[in-house]
Write a protein that binds this ligand. Sequence first.
Ligand SMILES: [Zn+2]
Length: 407
Amino acid sequence: MEKAMIGKTRRAANASTARKSCAACGCANTEVFYRQKGVPVHSVLLMETKEEAQNFRRGDIALAFCERCGFISNAAYDPSLQRYSPKCEESQGFSPTFSKFSRTLAEGLVSRYKLRNKEIMEIGCGKGEFLNLLCELGENTGVGFDPAYSAGWDSRQGDRVRFVSDFYSDKYAEVGADLIVCKMTLEHVGRPGELLSAIRSSAGKRPGSALFFQVPDTTRVLYELAFWDIYYEHCSYYSTYSLRSLLSRCGFLVTDVKKDYDGQYIICEARPGDVSVPEALAGRQELESLKFAVRYFAENNAQKISIWKKKLKDFHSTGYRTVLWGSGSKAAAFLTTLGITDEVGFVVDINPYRQGTFVAGTGHEIVGPSFLRDYKPDAVIAVNPVYRDEIRLELASLAIEPALITL
Ligand SMILES: [Zn+2]
């Protein structure tokens, strides 16, 4: 059954008007505006063989927009299909661009919140790189929660940081901290209000504690028709409006919200606020602008998908060798949505843990940059434009000059 679906991910001809209650505010004013059938339920889990990657468990996407709070979620999301484990390899830390961003972020937090000899908690800490960095910079102690945590991955880890290989929940509410970090995690949570309420209980136990949240910005995804940024692991999609609205309803006082990393991330800082009196939100125009972005995406994404399909087929029929650069979720979503097979030869990644494995869904092999020296691609497609300069340098060091295209 699953095998029969390979390469046949289809876009529904017409967006359904089926209404489901909003996963953030509970109201009934949601409308599905984008569908994908049969996408892999994980995209950064390491797949050891092509067959395992192609036959990997699939689920559906039905993006629903809430006109009341602006929240977008996958109405077809079923968490029971997923297994977050140490086999998830999502680290971007091998990229100098990303490492610089992370370090600047950590230094800013340590300085703003005077985090020296303090306690830091990270919910959804991945392999612990950011938490280790925060603790190293301010000689802080830390605790990180993540079912995908893998012991020994980050060699800097000392006695000052401990990790719990589990989802954070109410049962850990007694663990307090001066700073609670929840970075690139809320988008993986189907019912974010429940997690945020647990975090709020913990934060309320320590006067003066601060919170830091980071999620992908969906407004950009909608306006750029970035269908490759929509995948099963991300079941919740945020804008600055919907994130502030949700945090306020869960009892947080938002102290700062902005976009960073070339406009790809929303970064938000908060303090525990009054649970019974949600912050009055200004910025109704943000919600109106979001409604427009949703309509724009619904009306134009099919054309964008067709353009990319045609471009890759044309390259292939001309005899071009095309590779993707970046093997994470964006690559898996791009290839699966387009139903691409031989049109792309390989997928390149600088993360050595991902090399030699295969992309979930289409089963493309992941190779290191040095593979390109002999393969000599004609076109390299960078799945994330923020790494364009870094990729250009790598290609120059390999003494090859393919066309460098960004999504
Ligand atoms: Zn809502």
